[in-house]
Design a protein around this ligand. Sequence first.
Ligand code: TYD
Ligand code: MG
Length: 473
Amino acid sequence: MAKSTARFVCQNCGAVAPRWQGRCDTCGEWNTIVEEQPEAPRAPGPAGKSAGGRRLEFVALKGRAAPPPRTVSGMAELDRVLGGGFVPGSVILVGGDPGIGKSTILLQAAARIANAGRRVLYISGEEAIDQVRLRALRLGLQDSPLGLAATTSLRDIAASLEEEKEATLVIIDSIQTVWLDSLDSAPGTVSQVRACAAELTRLAKTRNFAVVLVGHVTKEGTLAGPRVLEHMVDATLYFEGDRGHQFRILRAVKNRFGATDEIGVFEMTDRGLVEVANPSALFLAERRGNISGSAVFAGMEGTRPVLVEIQVLLSPSASGGSPRRQVVGWDSGRLAMLMAVLESRCRVSLGQNDVYLNIAGGLRVSEPAADLAVGGGLVSAATDRPTDPDMVFFGEIGLSGEVRQVSQTDTRLREAAKLGFAAAMLPRRVARGGRAATAHDGLRLSEIGHLADLVAPLAASAAKGAEKSPKKE
Ligand code: TYD
Ligand code: MG
C-alpha cells in the first residue's frame, strides 16, 4: 500500500514537488508549496485501439466560419480590449492586484449589459450582498436589473447555471474563493482553482454564456493560483496601475478572439471607473517643459498610440559603493544596456551617479522603441540641458549605438502632431536615402542613424551654457 497520496504543489507555478520544501525548485518562489490531495482518479483511458471512441470526421480548412457574435458592454475601452465585446461561450480571466478595481469595472460592465436587456449574473464570493449593493449605490447602478448572488460553493453555482437558459454573461468574483467540496484542498489552491475553472468552462460552452473569472495577482505580477488557468481560458486581461495614481490600464495578454497588447485606459474616480478616450493627453497633463532628464516617448500600445513622459534623474552616489539603478515602468536590463552604449559608443559619462528612471503616470512600457527617448532623458540629465520640450522621440538602439527602425512611424507622428508637438526625433528611414530633415503633418523631423546624433546637440548646448554662465550652486 502506498504511504501517502498527498502531493506538494507550488501555488505560484503549479509544479509538483515530492515533499514539502520552503522554496519551489521550478520558479524559485518562497513559501508557495502547499500539500494538496490528489484530484479524483480519472476514468481509465481506452484500453486497446479504439474502445468506445467515435470516428472523427475531418473537414477542409476552407468553409463557412462566421465571426463570433459579440455582446458589447458600451464601455468602449473594455470592448476594444476584448476584441469587440464578450463572445458567448468564452471564458475570460481578469487578473490584477487586490483593490485595483476589478470588481468595480466588472460591476459597471455587468450593469450596462443588464440595462440593455440581457440577463447578467454577478456571483460574489468575496463580498456579501450588502457590500455589492453599497458599491452599486455609489456607482449609481442600483436600478440595474442584474442578478446578484453571494456564495463560494461551486456546487451551488453549477446547479444554478445548469438551469440557465437566458444568461449572456456570468461573473465569478473571484475564482480563488470558490471551491468544490469533492476536493480536499483549500479554496484558492491550484487543484481547486483548476477544477472550478474547468467546471465553469464546461458550463460556459454548453450554456453558451460568457464567463468572467476574477483572479488576484501576487506582487510580482503573476496570477497566483489562477496563473495555471491562463492556458485554459480564451482571454486573459490584466488590470494594472498604481494605487497611488488615478489611472488604470486594462491589458489583454492573451485573446483568442482579438488582438493582444491592446490596452484600455480608465481613471478611478469617486463614481467608479471612467473611460479615458485620449490617454496621451492624460499622461502628459502634468509635464513641465524645460526640465533636464525629461523626454516624451511616442509609443504604441496595441493598435493605439500613447505619448508618455520619460523622466531620468542622476544624483551623485552617496554610498560610494556601486551606484543605484532604480526603474519604474521600464526594463532595468534595457536601461543598463543603454547606459553602457552611451558610455562606450558616445562617450557620455554617467559615472558614479545613481540613476532613477520613471515612466510618468504609472504606465509600463515594454517597447524597445522607447530606447531613444530614454537615451534622450539620460543625456539630458547627464548634461543638465533640457531636451526640446516640443519634441517626441522613438527608435530602438542597438549595441553599436545605431538607431533602428520601429513599426508604425506614421501613427506615432500623427499622434504627436495631434497633441501639438512640433518636432520628432526618429530612426533614419531607409527609403528616403538618408535625407536628414523632412516634414510630416507639420512636424519637423530629425531622422538620425546613430545615438551620437542625439548626444551631439545636447552636449554642445551644455558646453556653450557652461561657458556663459558658471553652474549655479
Ligand atoms: P475594487 O473594485 O473593490 O478592487 P478589486 O476588486 O480589484 O479588489 O476597488 C476597490 C478600490 O476602488 C477601493 O480602494 C476604493 C476604490 N473605489 C473608488 O475610488 N471609487 C469607486 O467608485 C469605487 C466603487 C471604488
Ligand atoms: Mg473585488
